[in-house]
Design a protein around this ligand. Sequence first.
Ligand SMILES: [Zn+2]
Length: 393
Amino acid sequence: MKPLPPAPSRVFRTTLALGLALTAAACAGGPRADLKPGQVPAADSTEAGLWLVMDKAETRLKTSGRVIPDPELQAYVQDIVCRLAAEHCTHIRSYVVRRPGFNASMAPNGFMSVWSGLLLRCENEDQLATVIGHEISHYVRRHSVQRWEAMRDSLTAAQVFGIVTATAGVPLGGFAVLGAYGQVQAYSRDHEREADAMGFTLMSDNGYAPEAAPQLWENLIAEKDAAEEDKPDPFFASHPPSEERMQTLSELAAASDRHGTVDNSRFEALMARHRATWLEDELDLGHYAEMQVVLDRLKDSGTSPGVTWYYLGEVLRRDAEVEDKEEAVAALRRALTYDDVPAEAHRSLGLLLHRQGDHADARDAFENYLAVAPGADDRAMIEFYIKKLETKS
Ligand SMILES: [Zn+2]
């Protein structure tokens, strides 16, 4: 379930405020000194205007229903922020938002958002720390204000606001974000390279395994390659080519004298708690080839086997390009041998067997579904199927 976007009038008012802030303050562009811990911009500066806008975006995110209501998960991500950001820790506020796809963002006022789709793709805390270190670097280096100043001559205030808030996972409707991204692509790539290098130092200096950084990119490249066609993905459009980033991080890892390792039990316990929900969100996107890559990696790791095999089955069941559904049936049957299997695996198996004309087994599967999920929303429909199948077998 996705919350409705905010009313257009609210967006308009904030955009108007941004426009005023833009015209009220002019400031020379270019690199700036790193942000000092706790430093706030001068009240009449462009940077202050940007902070004001992002304060509002942050408030909106908090009431949007997208922030995952799991205090342990939120505290966990903030703990990694603090481990990496040192004295900047209390000035950065991280939010894990429920949203499929690989993304994270950092606003100049210290408002960081991490998408659930990103957590789903991290194999361990070291990979997650790679991303968080990257985002902290954007904050300390004050990349947003530099980007803002580069953009404001060519973009409308509404476009700028759309870009900054869309990457933060703040629900907004109707902005032409993708086109605007293209215009600042060349500029932001230098920032991405800088954030990668500084983020790598932050993670490897704080006890994380250096080789996790290129590994994360290798995984993303595998996913990108698996996509049937080049879909316009804002993440891949605004960041340097993944191959280049992986190469650079590989070289940094090879040259590093750090050998950190962390205990991943807290990471794994929290991911296991949410994995099924986040996979369900990914399934709704319908990017089956990419999802298969994510699931194959989970399968190889052996974590959440019932959940993983269920979604492997679901991808094959739902993908219209897969005509032979035998593999889907096999994956669902395998999922049902594990304790962590979602109840819906029985229902999916029933639907496939029903389609194949295996009436007796389909009826068993539907009955098993109602036995393990007696309060299911679709109970009436499943009972109807069972009745229909009784007359056939
Ligand atoms: Zn970045």
